[in-house]
Design a protein around this ligand. Structure first.
Ligand SMILES: Nc1ncnc2c1ncn2[C@@H]1O[C@H](COP(=O)(O)OP(=O)(O)OP(=O)(O)O)[C@@H](O)[C@H]1O
Ligand SMILES: [Mg+2]
Length: 330
């Protein structure tokens, strides 16, 4: 079963930004696979994630109702939807995206929704995390992939009125047929507010505060794919940071090179770029100079790890193993 995180809140509070940050972080730290669900009719989570959207579940539902009397021979409603959902799924690095699209129109959707729900539940079982971005208001949470939410994050800005309305969202959940295991408040866009006063306001709402996100004009700007590549080309968190910065030592070369190749594959580098990056790292980190390789050149060494790239293995375990050895030899 996937662990489901849903993000809710008033319009423009930063739901999509927060959902996007969570998704990116999970994918980059190899905690995936993540299913990102955009449950906002005006889908824009794809923009934050830098992924291209072609078709939504809403489109699929309408298509089926248009075609239902003329399905190809042998094709049932079930197969139609199952194939259709695959078409809606955008596959990315460690994260796949599904957009729910516009809500329902005038027709009767009950029969379709029933089957749809079953396939979406089945689909989400294939992921470690489901992260759902919702539109302002809560009706959509109940319609989306799953009834069960492990963590609901309500985003609000730091005014007493906004916090009260966040509290109301939580009240609403109790009235919906929705199981939410844990709920937290996240305050976004904070700019120089006195923390003591903020805590007072939060206490009045009775909500549990998970964290405060400062207003940040720079970091939150949408990155172009090029900027993002630049940003991820040097791993800045553990255990990969140690491997990258200190370089590998005899006894963990295999794991270190494996981890870096897997990392570059995961963040979206081509094989040629990955090869170039890892060769560069072998030289610059002093790894190659330390010796202990069977291969004659760094290029040959990286080529011997091509299968890691092709299979899209995870990097985390190997990086942890390499870091342990590097730490011991410090
Ligand atoms: N901490 C922050 N610092 C600076 N800008 C922010 C911050 N959080 C969000 N923003 C900006 O505020 C705008 C609204 O954010 P976002 O789209 O995430 O809100 P939303 O709650 O999803 O909105 P909607 O209800 O329209 O879906 C965006 O332009 C976003 O980049
Ligand atoms: Mg949004």
């Amino acid at each position: 079963m996937a662990f489901t995180i849903a993000v809710a809140g008033k319009g423009g509070t930063g739901k999509t930004t927060l959902a996007g940050m969570i998704i990116r972080l999970l994918a980059e730290r190899d905690e995936g696979p993540v299913l990102a669900v955009d449950a906002d009719a005006n889908a824009n989570l794809n923009v934050v994630l830098g992924m291209e959207l072609e078709k939504t579940i809403g489109d699929l539902r309408e298509e089926l109702l248009d075609d239902i009397r003329n399905l190809p021979p042998g094709m049932t409603k079930d197969t139609y939807l199952e194939l259709g959902i695959e078409e809606c799924l955008v596959e990315g690095q460690g994260v796949d995206l599904l957009a729910m699209g516009h809500g329902e129109g005038q027709r009767c959707y009950c029969a379709v929704n029933h089957v749809l729900r079953r396939y979406l539940d089945k689909l989400s079982d294939a992921y470690r995390y489901v992260v759902m971005d919702n539109e302002a208001g809560l009706e959509h949470i109940s319609r989306a992939t799953t009834q069960d939410v492990d963590v609901l994050l309500t985003v609000a800005i730091d005014t007493p009125v906004a916090l009260q309305s966040a509290a109301r969202i939580h009240d609403l959940i109790d009235q919906l047929d929705l199981h939410v295991a844990q709920r937290f408040l996240v305050i976004n866009n904070v700019n120089g507010t006195d923390r003591g006063r903020l805590d007072e306001h939060v206490a009045k709402t009775g909500l549990e505060l998970l964290g405060v996100i400062p207003r940040d004009e720079g970091v939150l700007e949408l990155l172009t794919p090029e900027q993002r590549r630049e940003e991820v080309s040097e791993p800045t968190f553990e255990p990969l940071k140690t491997v990258y910065e200190r370089g590998s030592v005899p006894g963990c070369h295999d794991n270190a090179v494996f981890a870096l190749v897997a990392w570059y594959e995961m963040v979206g580098f081509s094989w040629e770029e990955t090869r170039e990056k890892v060769v560069e790292w072998l030289h610059e980190s002093g790894t190659w100079a330390r010796g202990g390789f069977e291969e004659a050149t760094p290029e040959e060494l990286v080529d011997s790890k091509r299968h890691v790239y092709d299979a899209g293995y995870g990097w985390k375990e190997k990086a942890e193993a390499a870091k342990r050895v590097i730490d011991r030899t410090a």
